[in-house]
Design a protein. Structure first.
Ligand SMILES: NC(=O)c1ccc[n+]([C@@H]2O[C@H](COP(=O)([O-])OP(=O)(O)OC[C@H]3O[C@@H](n4cnc5c(N)ncnc54)[C@H](O)[C@@H]3O)[C@@H](O)[C@H]2O)c1
Length: 356
């Protein structure tokens, strides 16, 4: 018997992939999204209930209508640089509204929640990197010291959710590292942020020869810039752990099954355990996209960006049986196919027109 799963933020990049995979696996996803940054076209794998996670009455009415057995909570603001400029916006949406959402779900009988958190809760981990001299994986026991309001807002939402365990609400917090890539093109979903701040799309799109006017409108330069080449890493550029969005969603489905089977409240990292510097990602993109001529420029570091973030994923492997299977080449290929597609380009042109 299929079960309704409530997906907050299911019109966004990662939430839409969750709805796609859950639908394929026989669940009935129900998307709750206020479309503040998401796209109605991405919420095509079940009903879209448009509204805000902080609106108790609305969330209760959705719970009454569908009787979801669990919720996956993706809805949030995600732009680190914006969070530095406007911390209150992030604390309000990512922490305060999340707390209302958790409480409302619990009171409406939805007592299993999978929460999208982030490696940004760990903050600066470069010291670990240099002491181990390798990929410097960060386990869930690593101290949490976020260095930007985005990470802080997520950490505080995590703490609130864990506190609700005492009220019978069981949760899995998933701390993601850098999510990228896309589902196969026939799914018609992919990363579509405005402005686009993530490295893989910012790198891939200029390499697919999009017109400068389109790139500028999306908040990008024709020349991809490496932000900072003076970090304490082997080649001076920041090191990150890139996880394919479909591997990430496989982790969510396993977390969901774990909770439905009676699993206890827990935290898991979802990353590959392998770090790539920005220069290494650029080299991979040159190879995968056939652009050996490509030479990025170097720009200033961005505020709030740590030098290194690489996951230890052994806990997710041990308890959830989760292992990422897709490579950095898969990520670049799938992202490029999505950004080249007319669906992506037409959708972003329509979004830009509506915003003008
Ligand atoms: N993209 C990444 O690399 C990454 C990395 C770590 C963690 N995360 C986490 O994953 C989650 C999803 O990220 P994403 O990249 O898909 O972001 P996204 O912006 O594409 O999607 C977020 C969705 O949430 C919706 N939303 C925001 N506030 C809402 C509210 N108050 N009520 C209802 N809907 C609301 C937006 O309209 C949007 O559709 C976020 O919680 C983010 O913190 C993302």
């Amino acid at each position: 018997m299929p079960s309704h799963i409530l997906i907050s933020g299911g019109a966004g990049y990662i939430g839409s992939h969750a709805a796609y995979v859950l639908r394929q696996q026989g669940y009935d996803p129900v998307v709750v999204d206020n479309l503040s940054t998401g796209n109605a076209w991405a919420a095509s794998f079940g009903p879209l209930e448009q509204g805000d996670i902080g609106d108790r009455e609305f969330i209760c009415s959705v719970c009454e209508k569908y009787k979801p057995v669990a919720a996956l909570h993706f809805a949030a603001f995600i732009d680190v640089a914006e969070s530095v400029r406007n911390p209150a916006k992030y604390i309000e949406n990512n922490r305060d509204k999340a707390a209302i959402f958790f409480k409302t779900l619990n009171s409406c009988g939805v007592k299993k929640i999978v929460f999208s958190s982030t490696a940004a809760v760990y903050g600066e981990t470069a010291s670990v990197y240099s002491t181990v001299g390798g990929s410097g994986p960060v386990s869930e026991l690593y101290p949490t010291k976020p260095i930007n309001p985005y990470g802080q807002s997520k950490l505080e939402a995590e703490a609130y959710l864990r506190m609700m365990d005492a009220d019978g609400l069981r949760s899995v917090t998933l701390r993601y590292f850098n999510v990228a890539g896309a589902a196969p093109l026939e799914a018609q979903i992919g990363e579509a942020h405005l402005p686009e701040t993530h490295l893989i799309p910012r790198l891939v799109m200029p390499l697919t020869d999009m017109p400068q006017s389109f790139l500028s409108a999306l908040g990008m330069e024709k020349d991809f810039a490496i932000y900072g080449s003076d970090y304490s890493t082997p080649d001076g550029t920041a090191v990150r752990d890139y996880i394919h969005v479909l591997d990430l969603i496989d982790g969510h489905v396993r977390a969901l099954v774990y909770l439905l089977d009676g699993g206890e409240t827990a935290i898991f990292n979802l990353g590959t355990g392998k770090g790539y510097s920005v220069s290494e990602i650029v080299a991979a993109a040159r190879k995968v996209l056939g652009r050996p001529d490509f030479m990025p420029k170097i720009a200033q570091r961005r505020e709030g960006d740590p030098a290194v973030l690489v996951a230890s994923n052994s806990k997710a492997d041990r308890i959830l049986g989760w292992k990422p299977t897709r490579s950095i080449h898969d990520i670049i290929n799938d992202a490029a196919a999505w950004h080249r597609s007319s669906l992506y380009q037409d959708a972003m042109k329509a979004k830009l027109k509506a915003a003008a």
